[in-house]
Design a protein around this ligand. Structure first.
Ligand code: VTB
Length: 329
């Protein structure tokens, strides 16, 4: 059944269940390789499962954020068409976000997918992106990418009605963030350093009581930025991102994707506009989602699936007893 066609182009709402199914399958495939120290194998298993499921959907989907450009990614490459035909949709995916986390069986690796009306997702090259994100409930513009990190922490604390010492920032643990980490610590704020997985890092800002994280700051992958922006479009919060296009080669790649202003700061609404669905299934246990559990005779998954049009956020714990659908061998 099709929903009313809104000016932004509403998507078929049955896709709520379909996107969840896709990330569930990818998560189960990856989870079987949890803790084996083989990132490539876990990623490949998730990619295969996600591709298989996407190709069963009644959509005319184009991967705009994928595993890489065609020459470097044999499957789910940028520009790949998926689905059996139907509504034209843009797809952003990361079948295993946090491959290292999964290979080491560390928290917060996810299978993620976003789906939006055709043309609604930013076609970002696989470069770095500076990011800042906070959860819902704050006035617009309370923090932005142009302000020093210390000021962002102070302004956020003031808006939350607490001291800077009660704020926790999530930052990727990378040498490039040494100055950023120092500046944040000087405000008295705490830092949750993460090894990988900044899609989860951004989503965690939307539920500080559960996750303990108020703000995400730092430089991570641009594709992960678009996925996180899609999630925030649905769940609320604010995010800004700026592509880091230092070399001519980066700029040429961005231009091929239709980007002309190389210094532009994108809001999350600009990175993911129109009607957006986002789904993430836990692979390893995490702050918001339990990882896949294998029991004798059944498997459980936990998924957060959301849609921007009505702001519905569902957390679905599923019990799967038919293993055929997972292609386990
Ligand atoms: C992040 C993180 C990913 O890449 O975007 C990061 O979310 C950025 O790149 O899980 P570097 O690893 O080069 O810092 C990942 O860690 C891996 O794709």
């Amino acid at each position: 059944m099709q929903e009313d066609t809104t000016p932004g182009g509403a998507l078929d709402r049955v896709l709520t269940v379909e996107v969840m199914r896709v990330t569930e399958r990818a998560a189960v495939a990856a989870a079987r390789l949890r803790g084996r120290g083989d990132e490539r194998a876990a990623d490949q298993a998730a990619v295969d499962a996600m591709r298989r499921e996407l190709n069963r959907l009644r959509i005319e989907g184009i991967v705009v954020i994928g595993e890489g450009e065609r020459d470097e990614a044999p499957m789910l490459y940028i520009g790949e068409a998926v689905g059996t035909g139907g509504q034209r949709v843009d797809i952003a995916l990361d079948p295993l976000e946090g491959t290292t986390l999964c290979a080491k069986d560390m928290p917060n690796s996810l299978a993620t997918l976003a789906l939006a009306s055709g043309g609604a997702l930013l076609n970002a090259p696989d470069v770095y992106m500076e990011k800042i994100a906070i959860g819902p409930g704050y006035p617009d513009g309370v923090v932005d990418l142009d302000m020093p990190a210390a000021e962002a922490i102070r302004r956020l604390a003031e808006a939350k009605g607490v001291s800077a010492g009660e704020i926790t920032a999530c930052v990727l643990d990378r040498p490039r963030h040494a100055e950023l980490i120092k500046a944040i610590r000087e405000t008295g704020a705490a830092i949750r350093l993460i090894g990988d997985g900044d899609v989860a890092g951004v989503i965690h800002t939307t539920d500080p009581i559960e996750t303990g994280i108020d703000i995400y700051i730092g430089t991570g992958g641009a594709p992960e930025g678009v996925l996180a922006a899609a999630a925030l479009r649905c769940i609320g919060g604010q995010m800004q991102g700026r592509l880091i296009l230092k070399t001519d080669e980066h700029k040429a790649r961005a231009e091929r994707m239709g980007i002309t202003d190389f210094d532009k700061i994108y809001t999350h609404e600009e990175m993911a506009s129109g009607d957006v669905y986002f789904s993430a299934t836990g692979v390893t246990d995490g702050n918001l989602l339990q990882g896949v559990r294998f029991y004798p005779g059944y498997i459980t998954t936990e998924t957060i699936v959301m849609r921007s049009l009505h702001g519905t956020v569902r957390t679905i714990k599923a019990r799967h007893t038919n293993f055929d659908k997972f292609n386990l061998s």
